[in-house]
Write a protein that binds this ligand. Sequence first.
Ligand code: BTN
Length: 320
Amino acid sequence: MNTLNETLVSLLAGGAYRTGEELGARLGVSRAAVWKQIESLRGLGIAIESAGKRGYRMIPPDDPLFPPLLGVPGCVVEYHYEIRSTNARAAELAEQGAAEGTLALAEIQTGGKGRRGHEWSSPLGGLWCSLILRPRRPPADAQRAPLIAAVAAAQACEDVTGLRPGVKWPNDLVLNGRKLCGILLETSVEAERVRHMVMGIGINVSQRREDFPDALRDSVTSLSIESGAAVKRGEVLRAFADRFWGWYRGLESGGGEFFREAFMPEYASRSVTLGREVSVAADAQTYAARAEAIGESGELIVRADDGAVRSVWAADVSVR
Ligand code: BTN
């Protein structure tokens, strides 16, 4: 994606006809170059009509993710139609010094990454994006970030559809027992300081059941399937960013106290893990326990069936 394309879309955004000559003059390129850009936008699925002398006209897309038509609060979007993984791309951008709020976004991922080495199925219709964060708090606080992202994503889904997904510790969203959203946080730390974090968010928005691979069909769902209505990825993303920055700013300034007092009640009210009998699969060990609380750093505190209280930092935790 290049800025010429983005400027062209901004110029056509009003929906009126503009001649190749006028567009070329605004972009500082030839009419032939305008035509080439129009063709490349068509290749991205953006419908542009041409009508002889009247020139070109864009038919406003139904659910555009293309930056000039999107607008995400607090974010600068880098758009890709198809990419291996937005997390990998955002990590690359972060290494090159991209600012907090840079968001890599794609319509399709060909090698989406999930937690604990899993693949993440990412067909057209989902919201696949990765946000660069540069928190000023110490690395020990980093684990709180995916928890606030999960709550922000749950709130965003609720804002847009009225559905209320549950949060499965640490940061999965579920609806009617099926997975709706996953979050993958990748942190780069140097000498007691977080250099950057890449927060990858995958939300199943408008996929139909047949869009999912066979192996996942019974365990995942989308907002459209659950609501029975068309849901727009752009709306979900804007609502997410709005909610997320609110929590993130609170956490950056208020630290542990904010996490405990302001955030945890909201997390707990959405949790489908707390207070439940769970099975904890961590490293080579799986054991039964009761999920009792969330600690100061986002860890799950469980009481194992043998009575021992344990802090769980990274594990697959399922409700029994
Ligand atoms: C999980 O396993 O639950 C986490 C899934 C995270 C998927 C998202 S989709 C956008 C971003 N890019 C990736 O490659 N993964 C994350």
